[in-house]
Ligand binder design. Structure first.
Ligand code: FES
Ligand code: FE2
Length: 349
């Protein structure tokens, strides 16, 4: 049910230490740790002897020793020690995942090992731009990864669900309307892009403070989705007083069919001197609060309804153009790999 031959975001770097971290990724248990000199290791979190999680064991150099009977595995998954035994059968070896640390995230490769190439990790250059300040957030979500992605692909929800903090209030029935609304999507290779601009709209409390805006703004969202499930957002707020830029990326890694590891970076071109609002802590707290109080309860509630009401289908509207384009692309990718198309990306042609 999951697409292979992609890098999947597995952790934030600070989460990976000499203490093994267990993380289920695409229904597979994975253990990640740092060996000698900080070397990153990612292995199946399943001892070949009796299936104990290796994450309950101890890291020794670049190896990990199972807590149950003491088998030892090296960083390539080879079993290098079986207590009280000289010969080690090769079937005792376990899978080792290619692992990379890049752009402030730890990534593992799922798929053909010969195709693992760090250059294919999603490109997030704004996270290392000296003129930006990146903030990183992780959420565990009790909902399918595509529901979480759809939340980001449907930026119109900000004008309603986040009307008091981030949106424009133009989603409210009878609310103030923009002078104009432009929204288009297009495809480049496997990537799906969109451009959405509202002109002369109210500015909600967060961007109002970020840009010291006293009156209406033009709000531009430029987005790009790429497989397996990353949503890049370029956001601009502008009027004759100021213009501020934000790039944020949302990386949804399936844990299971109904749960998700949601990683996010948020970079901005303002308030990066330190000390004055907004500091990195202010931005972290704002983003954490909005996503955990508004978005995640909504997608988890959607998942609960979907679990109860099997067979229901969505009613896409104009604002869902980007979601529909991404679902069509995913449906094509599943079909071309001869994988049955999951219900959550089934779309009407
Ligand atoms: S289960 Fe790991 S050594 Fe026995
Ligand atoms: Fe949201």
């Amino acid at each position: 049910m999951f697409l292979d031959n992609y890098w999947y975001c597995a952790a934030l770097p600070h989460e990976v230490t000499v203490k093994p971290l267990r993380r289920v990724i695409c229904n597979q248990p994975v253990v990640i740790f740092r060996g000698s000199q900080g070397c990153l290791v990612a292995l199946e979190d399943r001892c070949s002897h009796r299936q104990a999680p290796l994450s309950t064991g101890d890291v020794r150099g670049n190896n990990i020793q199972c807590a149950y009977h003491g088998f030892v595995f090296d960083n390539t998954g080879v079993c290098v020690h079986i207590p009280h035994q000289d010969t080690i059968p090769s079937r005792a070896n376990i899978h080792a995942y290619p692992v990379e640390e890049k752009w402030g995230f730890v990534w593992i490769w799922r798929g053909d090992l010969k195709k693992a190439n760090a250059a294919k990790i999603p490109n997030l250059p704004w996270t290392t731009d000296a003129g930006r300040s990146p903030v990183y957030v992780y959420f565990h979500v009790k909902a399918n990864h595509q529901l979480v992605a759809d939340n980001l692909l449907d930026i119109s929800h900000a004008d309603y669900l986040h009307s008091s903090t981030l949106g424009s209030k133009s989603g409210i029935m009878g609310g103030p309307q923009p002078d104009s609304l432009e929204f288009r999507t297009w495809q480049e290779g496997d990537e799906i892009h969109s451009y959405r601009k509202l002109t002369n709209v109210e500015v909600a409390s967060f961007p109002k403070k970020w840009g010291n805006f006293s009156c209406n703004v033009d709000r531009t969202n430029i987005q790009m989705w790429e497989a397996p499930n990353t949503v890049h957002v370029h956001l601009e707020f502008e009027n004759n007083e100021n213009k501020i830029l934000i790039n944020h990326d949302h990386i949804m890694t399936p844990e299971t069919e109904t749960s998700t590891h949601y990683f996010m970076d948020f970079t901005r071109n303002f308030g990066i001197e330190g000390g004055e609002y907004p500091t990195d802590d202010d931005i972290y707290n704002e983003q954490y609060s909005v996503i955990s109080k508004d978005d995640l309860p909504m997608v988890e509630a959607q998942q609960e309804n979907i679990n109860l009401c099997t067979g229901v289908v969505d009613v896409p509207v104009k604002a869902d153009k980007l979601i529909s384009a991404v679902h069509r692309q995913l449906a094509d990718m599943y079909s071309s790999r001869a994988i049955s198309i999951p219900s959550y990306v089934l779309v009407k042609r």
